[in-house]
Design a protein around this ligand. Structure first.
Ligand code: PMP
Length: 403
């Protein structure tokens, strides 16, 4: 017997509302407005314009030349997991290899962690403004999202600060997961060790998992920690705390396109996470992982230079921006972004599109990160040529009518 015609079937089986309701990336929307134009200075995406160092690329090429083109372990090559554990143990109290899972970039690591921890209907608390993937992923899994905003502080409200009491009040025994990104994209705001300690103790009491996105931990400019890295939950937590930390090769090793990252887990979760990796990506390509091993073994040849350069970029850009009338900005303690607002220009999506069209300047709209930052603009200052940042400021000044 033939079934009734499929059109009614289709109308009764729409795609999940959780997916249909996702907001498309507003950063992409602005970048699309500049498609096909080569006269736009692009500071909209969160990546450096510097190519991955040659010695890292050569490790991948050598692997391919050896014919390493097959499936690999779910949790990552043993050599890479070992190299990651050693690298993490240099920055933090001992992290054992049994706590490491290699993922396809930080973004896949975040999703895997959420798949492991979040059931449909669970409450997830997220501190905002934040990179939109961190709010989209719980929604895809059917979680209920509760956003707690950072609050503007400092001169002209140009800095962002944590209201720790408000965050603790929002995290209750009904909260399954607390998602934090520090150093923060887009604000640069960074948790202190004391704040981490208090949050950890609070979450121990409520039985809440912490998912700490620490992909920017090395991009920290404050000189107030022993290692130079930003304060980490790994420094205050015990190995069996309900804590998952997400890391990436993208930022500290100039490897955004490689899609390589890792999770630090309580050991009893690792095997379960291996199953999830099997059903998501199965594994990372071997040649990519070989490159990761070499990057970690020769960190000293990449990361300190990247961080010093980013600091110089920040210190070149922020004072120039701050000198423009009506612009409110403060130097970020970490990350790769200047986050600022301009008096009289409150609709960041409209402003960002106009800046592309009228000034050839590509920035990300603050509306992409939270409602409370919808008047703000994000400028990624990871530019190999620092003078291009000044060129961008000139374009902004011209657009604002500043002579
Ligand atoms: N977390 C944050 C806060 C980010 O900004 C990014 C990249 N923009 C990521 C995670 C993921 O990075 P990747 O997937 O390239 O490792």
């Amino acid at each position: 017997m033939r079934l009734a015609h499929t059109s009614s079937f289709r109308s009764h089986t729409p795609m999940r509302a959780a997916v249909r309701n996702l907001t498309p990336s507003l950063i992409r929307e602005v970048a699309n407005a500049g498609l096909g134009r080569d006269d736009v200075l692009p500071f909209w995406f969160g990546e450096s314009d510097e190519v991955t160092p040659a010695f890292i690329r050569e490790a991948a090429i050598a692997s391919l030349e050896r014919g390493e083109t097959f499936y690999a372990h779910n949790l990552g090559l043993p050599e890479l997991r070992e190299a990651i554990a050693q690298y993490m143990s240099r920055l933090h109290p001992l992290v054992g290899v049994e706590r490491i899972a290699v993922t396809a970039g930080g973004v896949n690591g975040l999703m895997i962690a959420m798949q492991a921890l979040v059931d449909p209907g669970d409450e997830v608390v997220v501190l905002t403004p934040v990179w939109p993937n961190l709010t989209a992923q719980p929604l895809i899994l059917g979680a209920r999202l509760r956003c707690v905003p950072l609050v503007p502080a400092g001169e002209g409200g140009a800095q962002w600060q944590l209201d720790l009491d408000a965050l603790c009040a929002a995290v209750t025994p009904a909260t399954r997961l607390l998602v934090l990104n520090s150093p923060n994209n887009p604000t640069g705001w960074t948790l202190t060790a004391q704040e981490q300690q208090r949050l950890l103790e609070h979450c121990r009491r409520t039985g809440t998992w912490i998912l700490a996105d620490e992909v920017y931990e090395r991009l920290y400019f404050c000189d107030d920690t022993a290692t130079g890295a930003a304060p980490s939950f790994l420094d205050v937590a015990a190995p069996d705390d309900r804590l998952v930390v997400v890391h990436s090769f993208s930022k500290s090793f100039l490897m955004t396109g490689w899609r390589l990252g890792w999770l630090v887990l309580p050991a009893e979760l690792t095997e379960q996470v291996g199953k999830l990796i099997e059903f998501n990506t199965s594994c990372n390509s071997v040649f990519t992982q070989r490159a990761g091993v070499v990057a970690l073994q020769r960190t000293a040849e990449v990361t300190p230079r990247v961080v010093a350069h980013l600091r110089a970029c920040r210190d070149a850009l922020v004072p120039q921006l701050a000198a423009l009338p009506g612009v409110h900005v403060a130097p970020a303690p970490g990350g790769m972004y200047a986050f600022f607002r301009i008096d009289g220009h409150g609709d960041s999506l409209a402003v960002a599109k106009r800046l592309v069209a009228e000034a050839g300047l590509g920035l990300a709209p603050g509306a992409a990160f939270a409602a409370e930052s919808s008047a703000w603009l994000r400028w990624c200052f990871a530019s190999r040529d620092i003078s291009r940042l000044g060129e961008g400021v000139q374009r902004l000044a011209g657009w604002l009518g500043v002579r």
